[in-house]
Write a protein that binds this ligand. Sequence first.
Ligand SMILES: Nc1ncnc2c1ncn2[C@@H]1O[C@H](COP(=O)(O)OP(=O)(O)OP(=O)(O)O)[C@@H](O)[C@H]1O
Ligand SMILES: [Mg+2]
Length: 252
Amino acid sequence: MKKIAVCNQKGGVGKTATAINLTAGLSLAEKNVLLIDIDPQANSTSGLGVDYKTLEKSIYDCLYEPDLVRETILKTKWPRISIVPSTTDLAGAEIELVDKDDREGKLKKVLSLIDFDYDFGIIDCPPSLGLLTVNALVACDSVIIPIQCEYYALEGLEKLLKTLKAVKNGLNSNLVIEGILLTMYDARLNLAKDVVEDIQAHFPEVVFKTVIPRSVRIAESPSYGNSVIHYSIVSSGAQAYLNLTRELLNHA
Ligand SMILES: Nc1ncnc2c1ncn2[C@@H]1O[C@H](COP(=O)(O)OP(=O)(O)OP(=O)(O)O)[C@@H](O)[C@H]1O
Ligand SMILES: [Mg+2]
C-alpha cells in the first residue's frame, strides 16, 4: 500500500476535497483504496456518506488497539473504496496520547497490519501540526500539500516544510513530498494567477501541473455523500481531480 498524507495545517485549503477525490480517481483507475480519516472534524467520513454518530468503532479505537483496524474499516457503495472513519472523539487523542509510548508511531502500527490489503492509503489530516498530523507523517510514504490560490497562500508553508524535515530526520527517513497542489483557482482573478506563478517559481520540481479550479460542484458534492467524480464527472472539478490522479500514477 502506498500511503499518501494530505497535509497542511492551514484550515480550509482543500485537504478533504483532495483526499476524497483522489480516492475516487484512484478507484476508477482500478486501484483498491483505503481513505484514512485522522481529522476529528470527520469531514472525509461524512463526505463519503458515513454518519460518524452511528459508528461502533473509529480510528480513535485503532490508535489504542491497532488489532481493531479490520473491524473498523467500512466498505462503501463503491467497490474499490473503503474507509477508516473518524469521529469527534478523536480530538481527545491529541492530548491523551501525549504520555504514551511511541505516541507518534500509533497510526504507522495500525496501517502496517493491513499493508497488503490495498494499493493506496490516502490520509486526510486535521488543520494542525499536532500529534495526529505527526502520526500521519510518520505513517506515510509521501505528502500532498494543497495550497489555496489566494494572497496568504504561502503563510505557514515554511513551518510545514520544517515539520516535514524534522519528521524525515527523526521518525520517517523515507518521507518525500509527492507534490504541492494548487487548489480553488479562480481564472478571473489576477491574484490567483500571480499566486500560481509565484509558487511554480518557488518550487518548480514539486508543484503538480494540475491546478484544481474553484468549482461549485466540488463544494456541493460532500453534502450528497459523494466525490465530485461520482457526482458530476463532466464538471471541471471532477476532470481536474482525474488529471491529478493520472499525474500521481505517472509518478510511480
Ligand atoms: N476546488 C474547490 N472549489 C470550491 N470549493 C471547494 C473546493 N475545494 C474545497 N472546497 C470547499 O471549501 C471548503 C474547504 O475545503 P476542504 O474541507 O476540502 O478543506 P480542508 O483543508 O480539508 O479544511 P479543514 O482544514 O477544515 O480540514 C469546503 O466547504 C469544500 O467543500
Ligand atoms: Mg478537512
